[in-house]
Design a binder for this molecule. Structure first.
Ligand code: PLP
Length: 375
């Protein structure tokens, strides 16, 4: 689909698409008209509605996914002197939340199939100061929660889920966010649903949820009766009102992501076979929600450039493992993480894609791989 001079350039196929419609606008207008903009009834309603997606567990909404992880860790009693085992193949916020809680992130490798925290690597990383294991449901694919849960129980560790990318994902019908003592979701615009910015902590225990509510609001339940030292990490009613609409639309979008992923898998099967492209695997009993559709490509950077040249945007999540970022600067031997960071490329899979755009993703990648392999 390369355009000739004088021909109109083909429309760009965007890597992400935020779907905001009249219902979101109306919801924001309703809150603006009420004159009550900060945390209030919309946040409470959003928490109750989100709780219905995680088996009714208590939920506390906050101002970001990072705050959800941080306040969740603090509420679970994790901090100074503790180690938390995290994957290095994730967004930096995963480890940042641990460090901001005053604990130390201990980076473990991921498994080569699903690129989520490897239970064997976790076992090897457990030491006397380990307090928690924090898997990430990367790209919307559930981590190995059965084995990780068993390891956590056997060693007396907390299990914390970074579910920022995995709204509505499940394992054997059990929703992610219901496996750990705490779980954190994000509502950043590129996630499967958004509030503009926002996050939510899902808690197994009502007492932990209460501590999150204190921590997000200066340590107050009753005004000017501050019980503990806390943050201002509240979600506003404006953001919650957007989130309530998005939550209603999320099941349909998730279905569309699944349809798009199935289309890509069917369309790319042949080039995968022929040119060494690795398509994303789905674990038995896993219900992924395709936050990203991530392939592993030989000559990844050349493939990315060739696709951009024909107007198909892609994303690389993540080009640098967290432990190697300047913020951490660690020299560790995590071979699966290192290989993944060189090879992964995420294709457009979001629900705003049109059938013609989906088709162009397959065509562009097939051509790009053939050129890269031949070069
Ligand atoms: C987005 C994301 C976060 C942080 O969420 P924010 O809402 O951006 O603070 C944490 N972990 C992972 C894996 C993410 O993708």
């Amino acid at each position: 689909m390369r355009s000739e001079p004088g021909e109109p350039t083909a429309e760009i196929v965007p890597a992400t698409g935020v779907l905001i419609g009249p219902e979101e606008r109306a919801a924001v207008d309703r809150v603006l008209a009420s004159g009550m903009l900060a945390q209030g009834p919309e946040v409470a309603a959003f928490e109750a509605e989100f709780a219905a997606t995680v088996d009714g567990r208590p939920c506390a909404a906050v101002n970001s996914g990072t705050s959800a992880l941080l306040l969740g860790l603090l509420a679970a009693g994790i901090g100074q002197g503790d180690e938390v085992i995290v994957p290095s193949f994730s967004f930096a916020a995963t480890a940042n939340a641990v460090a901001l809680a005053g604990a130390t992130p201990v980076f473990a490798d991921v498994d080569p199939q699903y690129l989520c925290l490897d239970p064997d690597a976790v076992l090897a990383a457990i030491g006397p100061r380990t307090a928690a294991i924090m898997p990430v449901h990367l790209y919307g694919h559930p981590a190995a929660m059965d084995r990780l849960g068993e390891i956590a129980r056997r060693h007396g560790l907390a299990l914390v889920e970074d579910a920022a990318q995995a709204h509505l994902a499940d394992l054997a019908g059990r929703p992610v966010g219901t496996f750990g003592e705490i779980a954190a979701f994000s509502f950043y615009p590129t996630k499967n649903m958004t509030c503009g910015e926002g996050g939510i902590v899902v808690c197994a225990d009502e007492a932990v949820a209460r501590r999150v509510r204190l921590l997000r609001n200066q340590g107050m339940e009753r005004r000017y009766a501050n019980e503990i030292v806390g943050y201002n990490a509240r979600m506003t009613d404006l953001h919650a009102a957007i989130g309530r609409v998005q939550l209603r639309r999320l099941p349909g979008w998730t279905e569309q992501r699944r349809v798009n992923a199935a289309f890509l898998t069917a369309g790319l099967g042949e080039v995968a076979e022929r040119a060494g492209l690795v398509l994303p695997a789905v674990a038995p009993e896993a219900g992924p929600v395709w936050h990203q559709y991530t392939v592993r490509a030989p000559e990844r950077d050349r493939v990315v450039a060739a696709m951009a040249g024909v107007g198909v945007q892609t994303g690389v999540y993540y080009p640098t493992p967290i432990h190697r970022l300047p913020a951490y600067g660690l020299d560790l031997d995590l071979p699966v993480t290192a290989a993944a960071s060189r090879e992964v490329v995420s294709l457009p899979v979001h629900p705003a894609l049109t059938p013609a755009q989906r088709e162009r993703v397959v065509t562009a990648l097939t051509q790009a791989i053939e050129e890269a392999v031949a070069a």
